[in-house]
Each structure stands twice: as C-alpha cells, then as structure tokens.
Design a protein around this ligand. Structure first.
Ligand code: ZN
Length: 196
C-alpha cells in the first residue's frame, strides 16, 4: 500500500497539462499546505545547532521534527496510569499531554515527502520515505488507538457514498486523495490543526 502511494508521489509535480481545463488556476489547499509545511520544516532544520543542510537531512531529523511538533498537538493521549486510558469519551479532564494526532502526522509526512522531491531531492535519499518513519507512524497509531480507545481502522462506507465516498476536485490525483482521507481521519479524531 505504501509502495502504491510512493508511485504517485514519484511521478512528481508534472501535473500541468495544457489540454486539461479541470485544473483551477489557484493553488489547491493541499498545495498551499504542502508549501507551508515545507517552509516550516526548512526553518526547523535551520534552527538546529548546528543548522542541518537539507542535503544532510536524514530520517532521524524527520523523527525529531515529528516529536518536536507534539508540543503543538491538540489531541489528548492518555498515559497508561490515567484512569481514562482507553476511554474514547472521558467524563472529566485529566492532566495527560496533548499530542499530534496520528492522522495529522501521516498527512504531513505525505506532503513533505512530495515536497522534498519537488524541491530537487532525489527519491533515493528522500528521508520522508524511510522505513523508520513508517515504523514510527505505525507505533504512534497503535499507541493512540489504545490510549484513546479509538481504533484507527477504515470505517465501512455508507452505501450512498459510493466508491471512496469523497468528493474531490482532483480525484485522479492520488496525493490529493490521500490527503483528504488523512484529514478526514484526523478531523474525526479531533487532532486536525497541525501547524496552524
Ligand atoms: Zn488522561
């Protein structure tokens, strides 16, 4: 599944097709968000001591970046000792930390992975495509699913929604589709809002 997604992204930014009048002239939400994320990541690398040149950026920098973002998270993830651990709707507040929801991180990585190659990075060295990132995201997903009592599984689509059930101006674009899916997921779990 991830290899399929990689294929979409590897096709690169060449989406300008003169004969295709479906594309809007203004950048899509996805494109602007991707640009913002890319700038944020670039700034993060610059702020390291010593600063990390993009050419030397590896998956460890990306993992550190994801952990760094947790301080801006809005999703309550209960610690194992919390009495609300595993409860989807706790009846009272608790002091457990707020984190980035898994869906937000997953969508972010997808955008940065595309941005890296659109900004001249080679697919072979793309740190966002690293297996370590996939492993990390899977761990976050499992940990959050247990702590919040919410399984991160695909919900069965209602019949009337049909294939995919998502209206999207660029349904032919795999990345856009992935992005919308991820946003749906993260919005559903209350964690959307990364980097705003
Ligand atoms: Zn708690």
């Amino acid at each position: 599944m991830s290899s399929e997604r990689g294929k979409d992204i590897a096709e690169g930014p060449s989406r300008v097709n003169p004969g295709d009048q479906q594309l809007p002239p203004t950048p899509s939400r996805y494109e602007s968000q991707k640009r913002r994320d890319w700038n944020t990541f670039g700034q993060y690398l610059k702020n390291q001591r010593p600063p990390v040149p993009l050419s030397q950026c590896n998956c460890n920098h990306v993992l550190d970046f994801l952990r760094y973002l947790d301080q801006f998270g809005k999703t309550k993830v209960h610690l194992q000792g919390c009495m609300f651990y595993g409860q989807p709707e706790p009846p009272a507040p608790c002091t457990c930390p707020l984190r980035q929801a898994w869906g937000s991180l997953d969508a972010l990585i997808g955008r940065l992975r595309a941005a890296y190659e659109e900004n001249g990075g080679s697919p072979e060295t793309n740190p966002f495509a690293s297996g370590a990132i996939r492993v990390y995201l899977r761990e976050v997903r499992e940990c959050q699913a247990k702590a919040r009592g919410i399984p991160y599984k695909k919900k069965k689509k209602k019949p009337h929604q049909g294939k995919g059930g998502i209206t999207c101006e660029k349904e032919s674009n795999g990345r856009e589709y992935n992005m919308i899916k991820s946003i749906e997921d993260s919005a559903q779990f209350g964690g959307f809002g990364l980097l705003y």
